[in-house]
Write a protein that binds this ligand. Structure first.
Ligand code: ATP
Length: 314
């Protein structure tokens, strides 16, 4: 099968409406290719410039190796047991490379959110070790937009800067730029109740971006949105990622969303939560028109579904 073939005329993925339009910019498209491989192995970490993630064997015929990159966060044998006795995670070895788009995919309760919180430093592991690059700045986006209802969009977005003690003029300028970045120029004075669900999520993303994070952590951010809005936000997030160089870790239940977005997918199994498989894939970013109906996308979704079914059978 030719994984790089694109079926023309499909999709409607990038028909941005005024209501849900995001980023105008993006990098030159990369060649279409994909790679997936079994996971194992660790990498020694030296100081703050961490070692590159391990390379893994491929099983796609046109596979190629990803370039080595700096590791932002490294987890070695990480486990998490809650006071209730629940063993949420066990034996997690993971390298998050600068600039990658990592999706964490798995069934409900497998520990995806717990893993994201550990990566963020919002919780401590009960075993193992997490090493983070010292200079990283983390942004967090949750499933709900969690905006202050009594504040307009720009006030919501500048909140992290206000809490950091940055002066008012800079807060305003950076918040306006972040809203522009997510396609909401002109909506600075709109209140959350005046915005659609997709627009509220854009404000939430702008609030995460305003701190100029090197690591953007997203916990099922589009799960509550309708499918078309979700597709548009997927495209715009990809353009944002590709244009900014930010590292994204994205939790999702959806095989289709993970394949569409990610450069690497971590498939998790449950009880205790652990990494069952790791699939590395690369496709042009932003995705070309019709990618959702392409043979390449279908092949990647099939491989990922098989990996997820394998994980659930473990
Ligand atoms: N604070 C906590 N105290 C006790 N147990 C917890 C706590 N947080 C999570 N758990 C348990 O840890 C396990 C993993 O939960 P987690 O929310 O990380 O899974 P998840 O994969 O994100 O689930 P979902 O996809 O349904 O959001 C679950 O069994 C959950 O009940």
């Amino acid at each position: 099968m030719d994984h790089a073939a694109i079926i023309p005329g499909g999709g409607g993925e990038r028909q941005a409406a005024a209501d849900d339009r995001l980023l105008p910019h993006g990098p030159p498209p990369r060649p279409a290719c994909c790679r997936a491989g079994a996971r194992r192995g660790g990498t020694r970490i030296e100081g703050t410039a961490l070692a590159a993630p391990p390379r893994r064997p491929s099983f796609f015929p046109h596979a190629h190796r990803l370039p080595p990159r700096v590791t932002l966060v490294a987890l070695d044998g990480v486990g998490k047991r809650f006071a209730s006795g629940t063993e949420a995670l066990a034996g997690i070895d993971l390298r998050i490379g600068a600039g990658e788009f990592l999706a964490i995919l798995g069934p409900s309760g497998c520990g995806k959110s717990t893993l994201l919180r550990l990566i963020a430093g919002l919780a401590e592991p009960s075993s193992g070790r997490i090493t983070r690059q010292a200079s990283r700045q983390v942004g967090f986006v949750f499933q709900e937009a969690t905006l202050l209802p009594w504040s307009d969009a720009i006030t919501n977005v500048r909140l992290p800067l206000r809490l950091a003690g940055i002066d008012r003029a800079e807060q305003e300028a950076r918040a306006a730029a972040a809203l522009d970045q997510v396609g909401l120029r002109g909506f600075e004075r709109a209140y959350p109740r005046e915005l659609s669900g997709g627009m509220r999520m854009r404000v939430s993303i702008a609030r995460a971006l305003v701190t100029r994070p090197s690591l953007l952590l997203m916990d099922e951010p589009f799960a509550a949105l309708d499918e078309l809005t979700r597709h548009r936000l997927n495209d715009d997030l990809l353009a944002l990622w590709a244009g900014s160089g930010v590292t994204v870790v994205f939790v999702t239940h959806s095989v289709f969303e993970s394949v569409y977005l990610a450069s690497r997918i971590l498939v998790m199994a449950t009880r205790p939560g652990r990494v069952a498989a790791e699939l590395a894939m690369e496709a042009p970013a932003p995705r070309p028109t019709g990618f959702r109906t392409s043979a390449e996308y279908a092949a990647l979704c099939r491989a990922t579904t098989e990996a997820l079914e394998g994980a659930m059978a473990q």
